[in-house]
Design a protein around this ligand. Structure first.
Ligand code: G4P
Length: 530
C-alpha cells in the first residue's frame, strides 16, 4: 500500500446533525476529548469563550451569541484521521448546513430521546437521503425521562423510510437508567451517576439467561423487561447489513447520554468501523476515486469577512481525490485557468493552522480574492474533472429589496451579488427587469438581517426591505413552457434567477397543487442543480 492510499484510507469525514438542543455540541466535544484535540470540557460548548476567538467573524454573530457558520475540525483517534463537519445549531442557518452535508461521507444524527424526530432533523435528513450516504443515529439524554425506545425506532422507520438496527439497547431511562445492553457482544455497560465525566467505563459481560447475575446488576424488574425486549428485537428487527448501512438504507442506532459521557466511546468505535473512508464523487458520468493520485476538490462553503477591514473571504474545499500540496499550481475549472490555492489552512479544534499537505477526505480553507463560487472545482491540470454543482435548496422566505439612495447602485449590485455568490442568500428578479429591485430568498429569516447588516457595514448601502408573503419555491423544469399561458392562482408569482431559469413562488402548498393539477406536463422541483 502506498503512503497516499494509507493516508486516504484512514480518513473519516462526517457531519453531525440535530435539531437545536438535542446535544450535538456536547457529543462533538466528547469526540474531541477522546481524540485529545481538546483538554477540557466546555471549550467547544462555551458559546461565549474559546470558540468565538476563531469562528466569530461577524458583529452580528457576536451580538447574538450564536454561531452562524459551520466549522470544521480534524483530530486523530485510534489510527483514524477524523474530520468533523459541525453544522450550525441555529434553526436559521440551514442553507449552510445543507451544503456542509455535501462535503460529508456520512452523517451522525443526534436525537433527543424525550422528543424524537424534530423539525430540523427532518429537513436535514431529506438532504442525506438524497445522497444515499450512511446515517448513524445517536439517541441522546437517556439520563433523563425518555420515550419508549421501540416508539423511537418506529418513528425513524415510518418517517424516514429507513431500516433501524439498534446496536445497543437502553435499560430504563431517567432516574432508573441502568445502562445499555450491547446486542452483539451480549454485555451490559452499566450506568451510574459516578461515571459522570469519566472516560472509560468497563462493560460487564453477562449472559442474559444468568438471572442471578442480571438481577444483581440491574434488578429483577428491569432484567425481566430487558430479556423480553431483546427477545423481541432479535426476533423481529432488521438484521445487521453493512452494505445497507453504507447505502443509507439502514441506520445503526445507539443509545447514550453525551452529557454524562455515557455510551460515547462505544459509539465512536463502532461508528468508525462501520462508516466509510472517503467516497468516490461523480464528474459527469465518471466516478473519481479518492485514491486517484491526481488532486481534485470542490468548494462547499464560503466564509466572508473574517476581517472586516480587508473584506477577505475563505473558501472551504472538500478534497475528493489525491493529495493537496501547498505551493503547487492547480486548475480552476470555472475560470478555466491555473491558480495557486493561497494560505491553505485547516481547523484543528480550536486553532487555525497553515498546512503544507492534505488528503482526499480532508477539508481545507483557502484565501479567496473573490474568484470562487459554491460548487466550483479545482484539480490537477493533468486530469481535469468537474464535480456536479451543489443543489440550490428551496428558500422559505422572500423579500423585495432596493437601495435607498439611487447613487449607491453600483455598491448595491456588487454587495448583493457577492453575498449571493457566497451562498448566504439566493437572488431573483421579476421577468424583464434587472437589478433595480431584487427578490431575495432565504432559508431562515435571520439571513435578511445578516444581509441588511452586511450591506450597510461592508458596502455602505442602506436598503428598503419589503417582505413578501410567499413561502414555497419551485423551479420550472420544462424548458419550452410559456409561463404567461399557465393556469396559476392569482397569488402565485413568476420570477427568474440570474441564470434565466423560470421559477414560481407560492403562498401555500395548495397553490402548488393547483399549478400541477391544472397544467398537464408541468414539472416543478424544489431544488435546482445548475
Ligand atoms: P446542540 O448543540 O444540539 O444545540 O445541543 P447542546 O450540545 O448545546 O445541548 C443542549 C443542552 O442539552 C445543553 O444544556 C446540554 O448540556 C444538554 N445535554 C446534552 N446532552 C445531554 C445528555 O446526554 N443529558 C442531559 N441531561 N442533557 C444533555 P443547556 O442547559 O442548554 O446548556 P448548558 O447550561 O449545559 O451549557
Amino acid at each position: 500500500m502506498t503512503e497516499l492510499q494509507k493516508e486516504i484510507g484512514r480518513r473519516r469525514t462526517f457531519a453531525i446533525i440535530s435539531h437545536p438542543d438535542a446535544g450535538k455540541t456536547t457529543l462533538t466535544e466528547k469526540f474531541l476529548l477522546y481524540g485529545g484535540a481538546i483538554q477540557t470540557a466546555g471549550s467547544v460548548k462555551g458559546k461565549a469563550t474559546a470558540k468565538h476567538a476563531v469562528s466569530d467573524w461577524m458583529e452580528l454573530e457576536k451580538q447574538r451569541g450564536i454561531s452562524i457558520t459551520s466549522s470544521v475540525m480534524q483530530f486523530e483517534y485510534d489510527g483514524y484521521c477524523i474530520n468533523i463537519l459541525d453544522t450550525p445549531g441555529h434553526q436559521d442557518f440551514s442553507e449552510d448546513t445543507y451544503r456542509t452535508l455535501m462535503a460529508a461521507d456520512s452523517v451522525v444524527m443526534v436525537i433527543d430521546a424525550a422528543k424524537g424526530i424534530e423539525a430540523q432533523t427532518r429537513k436535514l435528513f431529506k438532504v442525506c437521503a438524497m445522497r444515499h450516504i450512511p446515517i448513524f443515529t445517536f439517541i441522546n439524554k437517556l439520563d433523563r425521562e425518555a420515550r419508549d425506545p421501540f416508539e423511537l425506532l418506529d418513528q425513524l422507520e415510518k418517517e424516514f423510510g429507513i431500516g433501524t438496527y439498534p446496536v445497543n439497547w437502553p435499560i430504563g431511562c431517567g432516574v432508573s437508567f441502568k445502562g445499555v445492553f450491547d446486542r452483539d457482544k451480549r454485555e451490559i455497560l452499566s450506568f451510574s451517576e459516578m461515571h459522570r465525566g469519566q472516560d472509560k467505563i468497563k462493560p460487564t459481560p453477562c449472559d442474559i439467561t444468568d438471572i442471578e447475575k442480571m438481577d444483581e446488576l440491574i434488578g429483577e424488574y428491569q432484567r425481566a423487561e430487558l430479556v423480553d425486549q431483546i427477545e423481541l428485537l432479535d426476533g423481529a428487527s432488521y438484521e445487521f447489513d453493512l452494505e445497507k448501512v453504507r447505502k443509507g438504507e439502514l441506520t445503526p442506532v445507539f443509545f447514550g447520554s453525551a452529557l454524562t459521557n455515557f455510551g460515547v466511546e462505544p459509539f465512536l468505535e463502532n461508528f468508525l468501523k462501520m462508516t466509510t473512508p472517503p467516497l468516490p464523487r461523480l464528474s459527469g458520468d465518471k466516478e473519481i476515486s479518492p485514491f486517484d493520485e491526481n488532486f481534485s476538490a470542490f468548494a462547499f462553503k464560503i466564509q466572508a469577512n473574517m476581517n472586516k477591514n480587508h473584506r477577505d473571504r475563505i473558501t472551504f474545499f472538500r478534497i475528493c481525490s489525491g493529495k493537496f500540496e501547498r505551493g503547487a499550481d492547480y486548475f480552476h475549472m470555472q475560470q478555466g485557468k491555473m491558480i495557486r490555492l493561497s494560505q491553505p489552512q485547516q481547523m484543528m479544534a480550536e486553532e487555525r493552522q497553515i498546512i503544507n499537505e492534505a488528503y482526499a477526505g480532508d477539508i481545507i480553507g483557502v484565501f479567496d480574492p473573490g474568484i470562487y463560487s459554491i460548487g466550483d472545482t479545482v484539480c490537477s491540470p493533468k486530469n481535469k474533472v468537474q464535480f456536479e454543482g451543489i443543489p440550490t435548496f428551496a428558500p422559505e422566505h422572500f423579500s423585495m429589496i432596493e437601495q435607498k439612495d439611487s447613487l449607491k447602485r453600483k455598491q448595491f449590485v456588487k454587495g448583493v451579488e457577492q453575498i449571493a455568490q457566497e451562498g448566504a442568500i439566493q437572488i431573483f428578479h421579476e421577468p424583464n427587469s434587472g437589478m433595480e429591485r431584487v427578490i431575495v430568498g432565504v432559508v431562515g429569516v435571520l439571513q435578511f438581517e445578516v444581509l441588511e447588516h452586511r450591506l450597510k457595514n461592508e458596502y455602505n448601502v442602506d436598503v428598503i426591505r419589503n417582505d413578501l408573503p410567499y413561502s414555497y419555491i419551485r423551479w420550472v423544469k420544462n424548458k419550452d413552457v410559456d409561463i404567461k399561458k399557465l393556469n396559476l392562482t392569482s397569488d402565485t408569482k413568476w420570477v427568474q434567477d440570474f441564470k434565466g431559469n423560470n421559477i414560481l413562488i407560492f403562498t401555500s402548498e395548495w397553490n402548488i397543487n393547483w399549478a400541477i393539477d391544472k397544467n398537464e406536463g408541468l414539472i416543478l422541483e424544489d431544488f435546482n442543480r445548475n
